[in-house]
Ligand binder design. Structure first.
Ligand code: UDP
Length: 292
């Protein structure tokens, strides 16, 4: 029943502590941060050293533990470092000058990239094909990659890196997600694109009211609940779990990947990295630059 603005900013601090100025907010947070001395060793220590215990307990602990399915003391500190903390009345999620999603969504953007008539004609797309199965069949591989004699094509692989190497060292851990969507016969259900539920006892982490991303004016609305889920090999992998054990395992796969000629591993799954979309696009552009 209580609403707080996210990411953490003066609106959040005012709602929490009924303060008015940045100096008052800073004084409270600085006092609470003192609890952590030295370099934070895990997500809990990182969060407290960033914003203090009040915010950690109310807005971070429950959300993070259901999201990742483990205790904050067993999660790496960097996960929370991406959340901005600012002492201005600014509710924007990112600090970037330009923010948003592509008009019409990412499918429209990707369709545009694939429809490259000027250079190559429309690029063939096959879905529902397991590339890791397919590439073991020499004839199919030759056909699909359009191989010609004496020329090895460059492959960009964005699937899971452990799957590419047949889980040789064992599977990497991921977090899964489950979505439930409802249609409501009203124009505006929650008044915002994303509402987070930070209490541990609420089984979902957030609800997304899609129309607010694009300022939709439809008379009805759709809201999706996002449930974190355990993940089993074969299911859709959403989040890499970058704890110590999995990072060590990933390093072994990354060494194999390095030795794989003409295959370029990129994206959340192939690099086992908790990328945001802007990081992903930056990394893709850098990779292409390095290739050309
Ligand atoms: N987080 C949190 N409380 C929130 C929102 C996020 O504690 O209300 C933490 C949580 O640990 C989460 C991380 O911040 O995993 C990153 O959140 P973000 O929404 O950026 O992640 P996404 O799921 O969109 O990749």
């Amino acid at each position: 029943g209580h609403l707080y603005n996210l990411p953490f900013n003066m609106n959040t601090f005012r709602e929490l502590w009924d303060i008015v100025t940045p100096a008052q907010a800073r004084a409270i947070i600085d006092e609470q941060r003192k609890e952590i001395t030295g370099e934070p060793r895990n997500l809990e220590e990182q969060a407290i050293s960033l914003v203090g215990r009040d915010i950690y307990e109310k807005l971070i602990k429950g959300y993070t533990e259901k999201q990742w399915g483990r205790a904050c003391t067993e999660l790496p500190a960097f996960i929370i470092r991406r959340l901005p903390v600012r002492f201005t009345f600014d509710n924007n999620y990112f600090n970037d000058r330009y923010q948003g999603i592509p008009e019409g969504g990412y499918n429209v953007l990707i369709d545009g990239l694939l429809d490259d008539k000027k250079l190559t004609g429309s690029i063939e797309v096959r879905t529902g094909v397991d590339y890791n199965e397919l590439r073991k069949d020499a004839a199919a591989r030759k056909k699909i990659l359009g191989m010609t004699e004496g020329r090895t094509p460059e492959v960009i692989y964005t699937g899971a890196i452990d799957a590419y190497f047949d889980y040789e060292f064992g599977p990497l851990a991921y977090r899964g997600l489950r979505f439930e969507t409802d249609r409501f016969e009203e124009e505006n259900r929650q008044g915002v694109a994303v509402m987070n539920y930070t209490a541990r006892m609420v089984p979902f982490t957030r609800t997304i009211e899609h129309k607010h991303f694009e300022f939709g004016t439809q008379p009805v609305t759709y809201v999706t609940r996002e449930y974190p889920a355990d993940w089993q090999p074969g299911e859709e992998a959403y989040y890499p779990v970058n704890d110590a054990e999995n990072s060590t395992l990933y390093a072994k796969y990354a060494a194999l990947a390095k030795a794989e000629p003409h295959v370029h591993f990129g994206g959340r799954l192939a690099e086992y990295k908790y990328y945001d979309m802007d990081d992903t696009i930056r990394a893709a552009l850098d990779a292409v630059q390095a290739l050309s």
